[in-house]
Design a binder for this molecule. Structure first.
Ligand code: FMN
Length: 205
């Protein structure tokens, strides 16, 4: 069982990383393998809407998105962490997620998703909502914790002082571990839910 943890901050040792680290310790105690992928320090361009991925199954831009795609296909869960920038997720991370989710045709159904945000003061829940939408459109169950997953801190590492924020991350990781294990059992017993052929109407016809 494996979880990918995406650091959407440019800081390798910032508050987002600290939140992810808190979760990793729990995953390891639960016997779950982890891999952290640092995205926020990369030059990731946005989607150009060429839709070539619909034919090739991969993005036309060869970068961290295509490197992550097979890892995403193989994982049981994904944690996406972002610093809050202007009450939103970091644009680099949004570019990455947009291209990763759009260009990959792997079955995302029943991979568990979790979003976490780090901020000095405000915009945590807006960022949390924004990130969760990638999971919700993909048939991915969303793990939750004891609050809307956020950690407070301004300077890199300051979130170490946010005892409640760190506890949120540990609770979230425990709940996510339980969910992933339960889904694995459920798949063995019941299989994955039947899916209808998607209807795609663009609202007009
Ligand atoms: C461009 C930019 C915009 C920011 N916008 C916000 C914001 O809207 N709300 C907030 O509370 N903090 C804001 N911050 C502060 C960061 O969210 C905060 O320092 C966070 O802990 C950084 O996480 P990191 O250490 O993982 O990079 C902003 C920081 C930067 C650089």
């Amino acid at each position: 069982m494996k979880v990918l943890l995406i650091n959407g901050s440019p800081n390798a040792k910032g508050n987002t990383a600290l939140a992810l680290g808190e979760m990793e310790a729990v995953f390891h105690a639960e016997g779950i393998e982890t891999e952290r992928i640092h995205v926020g320090n990369k030059a990731v361009r946005g989607c150009i809407g060429c839709r070539k991925c619909r034919q090739t199954g991969k993005c036309v831009f060869e970068d961290i998105v295509n490197e992550t795609a097979p890892k995403f296909a193989a994982c049981d869960g994904i944690v996406v962490g972002s610093p809050v920038y202007y009450a939103s997720a970091n644009a680099t991370l949004v570019a990455f997620l947009t291209r990763l989710f759009y260009s990959t045709s792997c079955d995302k159904t029943m991979k568990v998703g979790a979003a976490v945000a780090a901020a000095r003061r405000g915009g945590l829940t807006a960022t949390y909502d924004e990130l969760n939408k990638f999971f919700a459109i993909s048939g991915m169950p969303i793990a939750s914790g004891q609050y809307w997953n956020g950690i407070h801190g301004a300077a890199p590492g300051e979130a170490e002082q946010d005892a409640e924020g760190k506890q949120q991350m540990r609770t979230l990781a425990r709940n996510m571990s339980f969910l992933m294990k339960s889904i694995q059992l459920g798949k063995e017993r019941y299989g994955i839910p039947e899916r209808e052929k998607p209807t795609f109407t663009n609202f007009v016809r």
